[in-house]
Design a protein around this ligand. Structure first.
Ligand code: PMT
Length: 405
């Protein structure tokens, strides 16, 4: 499974740089082809020659160096690998990754790569626990970077505490786990036409006011991005969003629940999977004022009426083979309420968001989801992760349901 898998190993400048040799050897033993890139500072701890001798390939430190055989190495290197492992990753490199700074080969490679990234931090305990580093690590997690948490113990500087590079074997195991996941997911949605709703609806009161919610569209767009990466054709019906849809998806805009219903019912005809990630208003003003409503000084009573339930309608009128997945945004009895939606709306699966959890739900980069499926008794609750990772787990469930159908 790992033979010939192309891995980039980035080495940055810390005392643990010598352990990167063991990471390289471990990946090679599993069958991976490993190319190495280093920061200038890393070369003060281990020479590029060591990695060149072991990897059999030129080690890139500086794109612009006259001995570099490839003048745009950060692009060719980054786009030809299936996984980018950075071990050790210093506080400085982590800060640059988190902020999109690309001032050397390693950091430019990070920005130019679409491959999954695994980062193994190593630094002095005080530097690790500094709020700036913790902020940067949280940013990387939210960006979908996987971390191999550093160990605690005695550091080279004599401090005792967390910050020591995790054991090379643990880094290798984490890297192989990612390669295993991506191998299974490669093109496993080829032939599927996925329709996703994303963002918030707006229900107008008058020409300038509306009822809406905090959905950014990130979750729906992440589902779309993951489905595209796995070979599906993707259409997004998007309400109001603050995030940017992924390139490669067809986007149909629909602002109100009624418009979204119309767009979905048109698009679902040619779809094989429907995923309702949008936060659709349950109620809208019973009447929309033609002119801007005037302030009267006394209390204003609004009459609201229910909006059409798009998900229920798609499920009711579904054609053969269409898989229908809903979301459930809950603040109490999360699994029970989500299970109720699954049964009542006759869905194949439900993705429950527990809105009481930190980093979950509306307008966050991350999510905490519980997956429920019609053919599985036990729900599966996943830990805090990026919305893109959560999207891949949702799609894994869809692939499983498709095989079971
Ligand atoms: O966009 P983000 O900022 O990333 O936030 C993500 C999210 C929290 C919006 C998303 O992950 C989520 O939970 N979406 C569903 C929110 C919601 O409306 O939940 P609900 O429990 O009220 O609705 C249940 C399901 O019915 C949802 O799939 C919803 O799209 C659908 N629905 C609801 C009402 C309606 N009139 N029509 C519908 O189709």
């Amino acid at each position: 499974m790992f033979a010939g898998r192309r891995v980039a190993l980035g080495v940055s400048g810390g005392i643990a740089a010598y352990k990167a040799v063991e990471v390289l050897r471990g990946l090679q033993r599993a069958g991976c082809e490993v190319r190495v890139g280093m920061t200038k500072r890393a070369c003060e701890f281990v020479t590029p020659l060591t990695f060149r001798a072991l990897s059999g390939a030129h080690v890139v430190v500086d794109d612009y160096a006259p001995d570099n055989p490839d003048p745009i190495a950060h692009i060719t290197f980054s786009q030809s690998v299936e996984l980018f492992v950075v071990a050790p990753a210093t506080a400085n490199v982590i800060a640059k990754f988190a902020n999109g700074v690309a001032d050397d080969f390693l950091t430019s490679t990070y920005l130019a790569s679409n491959a999954p990234v695994l980062v193994a931090p190593a630094m002095n305990t005080t530097m690790l626990l500094h709020p700036a580093t913790q902020r940067n690590l949280a940013r990387l997690r939210a960006d979908g970077v996987r971390l191999v948490e550093p160990d605690a113990g005695e550091m080279a500087c004599g401090t005792i505490g967390p910050g020591r590079l995790s054991e090379p074997q643990q880094i290798v195991t984490a890297a192989l786990e990612i390669l295993r996941e991506t191998a299974g997911r490669r093109d496993d949605l080829a032939g599927e036409r996925v329709l996703v709703t994303a963002g918030a609806t707006r229900e107008e009161l008058d020409p300038v006011r509306f009822i809406s919610n905090h959905s950014s569209g990130r979750m729906g767009f992440a589902v779309a991005e993951a489905a595209l990466a796995r070979g599906a054709e993707v259409t997004i019906v998007a309400g109001a969003t603050t995030a940017r849809p992924p390139a490669g998806a067809r986007v149909v805009r629909a602002l109100s629940a009624e418009e979204m219903r119309g767009a979905v019912m048109r698009e679902v005809e040619g779809s094989t999977v429907f995923i309702a990630a949008a936060a659709v208003a349950d109620y809208r003003p019973a009447a929309r004022a033609e002119e801007k409503m005037k302030k009267s000084g006394s209390a204003l009573t609004l009459t609201l009426e229910p909006t059409p339930d798009i998900l229920a309608e798609v499920s009711r009128s579904r054609h053969n083979g269409l898989l229908v997945v809903g979301f459930a945004a809950e603040t109490e009895r999360v699994v029970e309420n989500a299970r109720d939606k699954l049964t009542r709306k006759n869905l194949d699966a439900v993705v429950a968001n527990d809105l009481t959890q930190d980093g979950a739900g509306f307008d966050t980069e991350t999510n905490v989801i519980t997956l429920l499926a019609r053919d599985r008794e036990q729900p599966s609750t996943l830990p805090l992760m990026s919305k893109l990772d959560a999207a891949h787990h949702i799609l894994d469930e869809i692939v499983r349901l498709r095989k079971a159908k």
